[in-house]
Write a protein that binds this ligand. Sequence first.
Ligand code: SF4
Length: 309
Amino acid sequence: MALSYKKDLEEEVVNLEIAKIVEEVAFNILKQAVIYLPEDVKEALRKASKEETSATAKTQLEAIMDNVELAERYQAPVCQDTGTIIFYAKAGSQVKNLDRIEEALVKATQRATKEVPLRPNAVDPFTQKNSGDNTGRLIPYVNWEIVPGDSLELTVMPKGGGSENVCVTGTLVPGEGIRGLKKFVIDAVIKAGAQPCPPTILGIAIGGGVDISIKLAKKALLRPLNEQNPDPEIAKIEEEIFEAANMTGIGPMGLGGKTTVLGVHIDYAYRHPASFPAAVAFNCWASRRAAARISADGTIEYLTRKAKS
Ligand code: SF4
């Protein structure tokens, strides 16, 4: 009896430690994400600024880059809208105490709201009451993926409201295929105009069902801009949509120019023969993400930014 009590106690200590590590790591990546834009996004902004021919567009991109630099210097969020907090948890099937993780992510979000600080953005849709700490029913939202192994990879995406408001889903005419998809995406870009704070990144997905396509589209926003789609046929469609979107002339912050999007990322699932679900998720220039991996022995590797904070 005494032995089992000791074992239970030891297990409880291990559980608490794991929860603490996850909380600390989630806090750190959330802080990193809101302050530091990923290098690939910064590089795409610099490249766009060099290539823009419109003086207004250049000024807008330079203002964005100044903003990015000031955020890093003063350790302040790069945009006042620190978004809805979304986590992607890639959990090895042998990771222990998975049931403790969501609670740790909630605590990390509450702590980051106070200490970074983050703007409180979680509102009860019935009462309109803001929870004040970026948490509430299903928020932060956690997307789970179970993979082989014993490590846990956490990615956070603080998702701004302006770009969220123009995300679209639809069911296309199957016979129109990819031509129909291109029209659907460009219509969405034109309709969105300046609302999503362009230049944006477009996450596009087709197939599955309406729920599956929007989930895949949003996840596609996590792919770094300098990472090519592994499928050359899809990479070609991405390039075509990229060029067409940049021909709309919406430009940085909607003030005209040739940089309306910084990248186009497509994902897909197989579809029902009678349905062609499609979704476009927008991310604004403040396209934030940060990730870390926690190994079974407690080792932490920060994947998007090596420094802890
Ligand atoms: S859409 Fe993005 S850049 Fe615009 S206010 Fe929201 S978070 Fe900031």
